[in-house]
Ligand binder design. Structure first.
Ligand code: C5P
Length: 206
């Protein structure tokens, strides 16, 4: 059983993915963390994010089972991730780990941008989460402040819009809903409401 969740930045797909996995007893993979880790490797080594050769080398050297998650959550790393993730060879280097994760029993929930379209086109259930940019910016700002980071909502909104544009318009695995995805509008739902809506989608398909 594979549940694919895709959607733009800060749409709530990570939280929904985690909660769905808990609900069904499946494993959960936040695939954005993988691209964030690649970007962080480059930045830590002092290389340009646009250095494709280094980015591919970082993706190939990455051990996707070992991440320091909290460090990867910042806006800066998210933005950097959307630059390195546009390189097709970076994406290629990370496909087999994601597909293997999805295939292992008893089932898996993967969230990202291209799970339903590229990584798991045969997923049993595909959910594409959307939410108004202002709502997403507000949530991301509160999250960042909760981690003790300074965050200006207007800047967060600009970052989200820029990142979505980049993710939607790239040639390799762009952000888009699979033709058979169920759209979940998370704009006016709290976490529990979103989880209920997602479970309803899964139950209708099972
Ligand atoms: O979901 P998250 O904000 O952590 O993703 C960071 C960036 O990684 C995204 O903006 C996107 O460019 C990239 N990404 C991707 N494909 C995925 C997950 C994330 O290209 N499956």
């Amino acid at each position: 059983m594979i549940i694919a969740i895709d959607g733009p930045a800060a749409s709530g797909k990570g939280t929904l993915g985690k909660r769905l996995a808990q609900h069904y007893g499946y494993r959960h993979l936040d695939t954005g963390v993988i691209y964030r880790a690649v970007a962080k490797m480059l930045l830590d080594q002092g290389f340009e994010l646009t250095d494709e050769v280094r980015a591919v080398a970082a993706a190939m050297a990455l051990d996707p089972t070992k991440f320091d998650h909290p460090e990867l959550k910042s806006q800066r790393i998210g933005d950097a991730a959307s630059v390195v993730s546009a390189f097709p060879k970076v994406r290629d280097a990370l496909v087999s780990f994601q597909r293997q994760f999805a295939a292992d029993p008893p089932g898996a929930v993967l969230d990202g941008r291209d799970i339903g379209t590229v990584i798991c086109p045969d997923a049993d259930v595909k959910i594409f989460v959307v939410a108004d940019p202002q709502v997403r910016a507000r949530r991301r700002t509160l999250e960042a402040r909760g981690r003790g980071e300074e965050a200006d909502e207007a800047l967060v909104l600009a970052d989200i819009i820029r990142r979505d544009e980049r993710d939607r318009n790239r040639a390799a695995a762009p952000l888009k809903a699979a033709a058979d995805a169920h759209i979940l509008d998370n704009s006016n739902l709290d976490i529990e409401g979103g989880v209920r809506a997602a479970i309803a989608i899964v139950e209708a398909v099972l």
